[in-house]
Design a protein around this ligand. Structure first.
Ligand code: ADP
Ligand code: ASP
Ligand code: MG
Length: 468
């Protein structure tokens, strides 16, 4: 048995859904399908939710109606394009209309109350997947497959109530996933599950963080103990760097779990970093494939590789991050400052991407731009004056990470990396190396990011390939 997860671009319109469902049908193994929202829909839902809270109440309803009409017509048109039978078309259109109406009421409520809580936002974002799953399931049925649309919760994914980045409750989902999906599979019914969307213990809708459909796929994979989790997307696998920076980036045939996790953590958006852990625990291979080039080999992520092909596998770039610098002579005398800081941010769901402390009176760390405002408020309240003199934010930066398991124990890599950076006349703002030695990461100014990526990619990937 396998899990096949399809991202938004694989479901962009009727044409893509038609192709995607053909791929699903062609797969001979027993399977569970996980789907994202149609391309761009989650972004749109997030935008309207954030906009509607700030609008004057006189135009709230009009704006919600406009948005919902557009959303409705996109999904109904897509459904019509993939469902042949008129009666089924009508049934699905009714279900889509029901969902969009539920969304409309929610948005109007949020708009009038001028209150968008993380809980309401999750509820609003969930409509993307709840709509797409209906269309994909009906498209499969239209091609003669017995399929059923399920929310993540119906498939057994129960999370805590951390709306916005909910965490699965492992002690529960081992049995709920099996109970949710096995009876269907045994009856020959294909489960099609919403990625990203789950619910807490009280059945309140949660989401597991942007890009979280990959995580849904690996959780299902782990607890059904499948042979492989497949992530179907719009590129030929995990590439040697971000193709938006360097279109000549190449697919990497094989990666270890730890390399894949580091790549995802430092900006390779193609997989969600959290998806690797469940796969690692159950030792399930993860394969990244291109929906639009299914013959391509893609990337296979496994525990260990027989042969290390090159010292460095990939270079990544993270945008949308900022540095927080804490300074103060008193820090040296304040016990466990780093521990308290981690706890405070962790409790508030703020993930530290990179950290470096250059002296006892200085600690710098990188977090997502979206988290900065909240982090500054929290730190000002709890730390400033309390051993810490100042808190500064450095904006417009990029994290560059060089990743490869071959770096472990190989001398001189850091020296080469920093020499290349210097040769390109770029200043390094901050440096860190994971103790696993699988990555070296550093921060540069925003304007230097692409230049550094291109230079490192040339030296460590293109030139190396030529030598081999
Ligand atoms: P999906 O909608 O299928 O989940 P995503 O947009 O989340 O797809 O991820 C795929 C995108 O990730 C690619 O289109 C590519 O632009 C981007 N990306 C960034 N870094 C990498 C990388 N190293 N390898 C592959 N893709 C990458
Ligand atoms: N639709 C969600 C998002 O855009 C989840 C996903 O695509 O993985 O973040
Ligand atoms: Mg994705």
């Amino acid at each position: 048995m396998i899990v096949m997860k399809f991202g938004g671009t694989s479901l962009a319109s009727a044409k893509e859904i038609d192709h995607t469902t053909d791929l699903i049908i062609r797969e001979p193994n027993k399977k569970v399908v996980v789907v994202s929202a149609m391309a761009g829909i989650t972004d749109k839902l997030g935008e309207i939710a954030n906009r509607i809270v700030d609008l004057p109440s006189t135009i709230v309803e009009k704006e919600c109606d406009k948005f919902c009409e557009k959303l409705l017509s996109t999904h109904i048109l897509t459904a019509r394009g993939v469902i042949k039978n008129k009666k089924t078309q009508k049934d699905v259109a009714d279900k889509i209309e029901g969902l969009v109406n539920e969304l409309r009421i929610t948005l109007i409520g949020v708009g009038y109350l001028e209150d968008l809580s993380p809980k309401s936002l999750d509820y609003i974002l969930s409509f993307g997947e709840r709509l797409s799953v209906l269309i994909v399931t009906s498209a499969l049925e239209s091609k003669g497959i017995k399929a059923i649309a399920l929310t993540g919760y119906e498939a057994g994914i129960i999370t805590d109530s951390n709306f916005g980045c909910a965490r699965p409750i492992y002690s529960k989902i081992e049995s709920t996933i099996k109970n949710g999906l096995m009876p269907l599979l045994e009856k020959g019914i294909l489960p099609v599950v919403t990625g990203f969307v789950a619910a807490d213990n009280n059945a309140r809708i949660t989401t597991m963080g942007r890009g979280g459909s990959d995580y849904t796929a690996s959780l299902v994979g782990r607890f059904l103990d499948v042979e492989e989790v497949q992530i179907w997307t719009d590129v030929n696998g995990i590439l040697t760097t971000d193709p938006r920076v360097l279109p000549s980036a190449r697919p990497i045939p094989k990666l270890s779990y730890i390399e894949a996790m580091d790549l995802a953590h430092f900006g390779a958006k193609v997989i969600h970093p959290k998806m690797i852990e469940p796969a690692t625990v159950a030792d399930i291979p993860v394969r990244i494939k291109n929906t639009f080039n299914p013959e391509g080999k893609g990337t296979l992520i496994v525990r260990k590789q027989e042969k290390i092909e090159s010292v460095i596998k990939a270079v990544t770039i993270s945008k949308d991050v900022e540095i927080l610098n804490l300074r103060g002579i008193g820090m040296a005398e304040t016990p466990n400052i780093a521990g308290r800081l981690f706890t405070l941010l962790g409790e508030n769901n703020i993930n530290i991407i990179m950290i470096s402390g250059s002296s006892e009176s200085n600690l710098s760390f990188v977090i997502r731009k979206d988290d900065v405002k909240r982090a500054v408020e929290l730190l000002n309240k709890q730390f400033i004056g309390n051993g810490i003199r100042s808190l500064e934010v450095t904006e417009d930066v990029r994290i560059i990470a060089v990743v490869g398991v071959g770096m472990v124990g190989t001398k001189g890599i850091a020296a080469k990396i920093f020499q290349i950076v210097a040769e390109n006349d770029v200043n390094i703002i901050m440096i860190a190396q994971g103790s696993s030695e699988v990555n070296i990461s550093f921060v540069v100014k925003g304007k230097d990011g692409n230049k550094v990526i291109k230079a490192l990619h040339k030296r460590f990937i293109e030139d190396e390939m030529r030598v081999n």
